[in-house]
Structures are given as C-alpha cells and as structure tokens.
Design a protein around this ligand. Structure first.
Ligand SMILES: [Fe+2]
Ligand SMILES: [Fe+2]
Length: 186
C-alpha cells in the first residue's frame, strides 16, 4: 500500500496548535498589562517596547490561526485569564518576561514533538520559524535583563536604560512592519 495523502491536519495536532494559539494570545495580554504598568510608572521607553511586543505576540497567534484554518483544521479563539496588573519594578517585569518566554519555548518544542509524532512534517517545518523566533526572544530579553541589573536601583541608570528602550522599540516596530505581519510567508 502506498502512502496516504496527509491533507488534513490530525485532531491531536489541531488541539495542540489551538493550545499554542491560546498561549501566544495570552503572551500578548501579559505584555499589554506590563506595557500599561510601565507607562504609568515612568518608563515610556520600556512601555513602548512592551506595546510592540504585544503586537508581535498577536501576530504569532494570528499566523497559527491562518495556518490551522489553511490546513483544514479549525482555529478556536479562546477565553483568557486576566494577566497580573501590578509589578514590583522594571526588573520584576523583565524577569517575568524571561520566565514566560522560556515557558513558550518549551511549549513550542512540545508542539514540534507532536508534529513529528503525528508525522505532520509540513507543520514541523512551519514551526521552525517559531523555534528560531524563541531563540531570538530569549536572547533579547536576557540582554535587557543584564542591562537593567547593571542600572540597579540608580535613577540615572534606569533613566538612561529607558532611553535605550525607546530606541529599541523604534527598531522593533520597523522590523515588525517589514516582516509583513500575520500573512508573512515563513
Ligand atoms: Fe510568541
Ligand atoms: Fe514571545
């Protein structure tokens, strides 16, 4: 018997991708809460950066919605828990960002393993973009954390750090615009 034609996505993988859709949307909401906190607490640069991050995560979610629907699955738009509204400090915010990104990386790895188990190599291939993206995200957040730690509690240091954030946010927004958003071919 020849190979079966793997047109439709399997139910197992559909469920797993829907989980990831939820997690990416949840990421977007967490960063939105952080952006709003930073906006109210004297960090306009960090706030801008987090607002762009919010958009990025929303695009990560949308890409998976399109992908799942294109493959004959059905994307489900989930309800979400409210994110934490308050943070102790900018350091606290970015420690949480790193923890969350590490969790998302693990989640993408799991999803990749499911693709392989389901012998859906098209989806595995699609997920490569997410794997690379997670490496970038973790690297960026770790370097931001290093800088915040260097600034410590020094007001001048944190002020300078926030200026850096403002510049990073501009570059990040430009990169996002150039990437073509949710419909970009990956
Ligand atoms: Fe993401
Ligand atoms: Fe992310």
């Amino acid at each position: 018997m020849g190979p079966k034609k793997p047109i439709m996505i399997t139910k197992v993988l559909e469920k797993a991708i829907n989980e990831q859709i939820k997690r990416e949307e949840h990421s977007s909401r967490i960063y939105l809460s952080m952006a709003s906190w930073a906006e109210r607490n004297g960090y306009p640069g960090a706030s801008n950066w987090l607002y762009v991050q919010t958009e990025e995560e929303r695009i990560h979610m949308l890409k998976l919605v399109h992908y799942l629907n294109d493959r004959g699955g059905m994307a489900v738009i989930p309800s979400l828990e409210a994110p934490a509204p308050k943070f102790k400090s900018l350091l606290d915010v970015f420690q949480e960002v790193l923890k969350h990104e590490e969790y998302i990386s693990a989640s993408i790895n799991e999803l990749y393993a499911t693709c392989v188990k389901e012998k859906d190599f098209t989806s595995a291939n699609y997920l490569q973009w997410y794997i690379t993206e997670q490496i970038e995200e973790e690297k960026t957040v770790r370097s931001i954390l290093d800088q915040i730690k260097l600034a410590g509690t020094d007001k001048g240091g944190l002020f300078m750090m926030d200026k850096e954030f403002a510049a990073m946010a501009i570059a990040k927004r430009a990169a996002l615009a150039q990437s073509g958003g949710a419909n970009a071919v990956t």
